[in-house]
Design a protein around this ligand. Sequence first.
Ligand code: SF4
Length: 491
Amino acid sequence: MLGFFGFFLIYLDFFDFVPVKIYFHLGLCACYCADIDFPLTDAVNLKGKFFVAFPVTIFFPRDFKVKRLVLASRRKDFSPRRHRKNKYCNDKNFSAPHSLPLAILFKFFKICRLSRANAGCIILLTGKRISLFYTGMGAQGEKKFELMGIPPEKLGRQFEQIGERKFRAKQLMKWIYAHGNFDFFTMTDIPMSLRQYLAENASITLPEIAEVAGSSDGSTKFLFKLEDGAYVESVYIPDKERGRHTVCLSSQVGCKFGCVFCATGKMGFVRNLTSTEIVGQLYLVREHIRVGGNDLTNVEFMGMGEPLDNLDAVLDAIRVMVADVGFGLGHRKILISTVGIPEGIRKIMQTDVRPKLAISLNAPDDELRSKLMPINKKYPIRTLMELVPEYAKYSRRWVTFEYVLFGGVNDSLEHAHRLVQLIAGLPAKVNLIPYNEVEGIEFRRPNDRDVLRFQSYLLANSIVATIRYSKGRDIHGACGQLAGRFVLKEK
Ligand code: SF4
């Protein structure tokens, strides 16, 4: 808790003689941070310390001329005395003699490396030592803001916050995703002042390709190394017959759901991916597809991790994928594959995105499913079935039940019969996936005869059922295997 032992506020309103009004709010707070972590820097934590804070806020309208002056003040050769000659602020308003103090003010911000007109400082009293820290957004001016994987609406808002117009976000995205141009200075429809600002303050980050493994069937696995050294994988799956070029993406490093047949589940949970990292995978795999003279058609969230457990980042990534200035994919070309988290499914239905949904079922009853997928104890099959008609209506597509067939576990005719009873009448189809054996996991692949018999039973009972043979078996083709193997080996 923060205790405020004293407080006073000074309100100053001056500089109103210049074209742009500026208000200073000065406050002084004596504070004690009792029992919460309040990190000021990596090394300094305010917990258990007395300190005095001087928050300072300066308001001014989002005025184009002010913005130009701010940008001009960031130029290395900027001088308050010469500012009136500066080509970036030669507007008649700023040729007034009183604009000089304004320029000095922004020069001050430049010295403090504050990128916005919000500032504050904290004086920390530690014994006899007094330390001074600048705080607020401005103090983070050193950290560049990320452009990769940020949806147009969000990027537009960020641009507005720096006094830019919203449509610049779309112009910028077009350069990044359509033209593959990451050099701000060659983005010719963006004003030079903004290009300069972006070059200094923004970044476009892609993961590092650590390993690429090509399969004899044409699929390719990518192992990506992220900024913190974590690894994730993506798989490119071409389907020449149907003209599809699908990319299977990861949404988390590791996974907390511990399905007993999954290599990723063995790793445990490490962290969520950001939308930047998710879109970065897609961007690089699409480059690979384009080199082969094709283009990306479909995306599946079926790699490492549970997408509904990292839904905000996944939704942002999807917004980039469906944006005209992003990847330009249709909503129906994107599939989220989930273990079945009802809150997550409901949350998607309250958003602006309509991806297809695949629920990883793998068993026709709760007893067997709970053994294979521990999450079933929390969300039994019934809770998922209730949502199927609702989601099918929302996405205007049937829901898919993924059913991984394990030899001798869930592949008998009795299982097929119970599956028919479970899903008959629902707007859903079944995707049968013969299990890919993974080193260290005691499940075996069913024989092809049993797989066909299972499918025939479903078809004979009016259930739409397809068999999906995982591609790239020779390169550890099931999603989750490559990174899983890599990490297990490292351990
Ligand atoms: S199957 Fe999916 S949800 Fe289950 S452990 Fe693997 S990655 Fe996680």
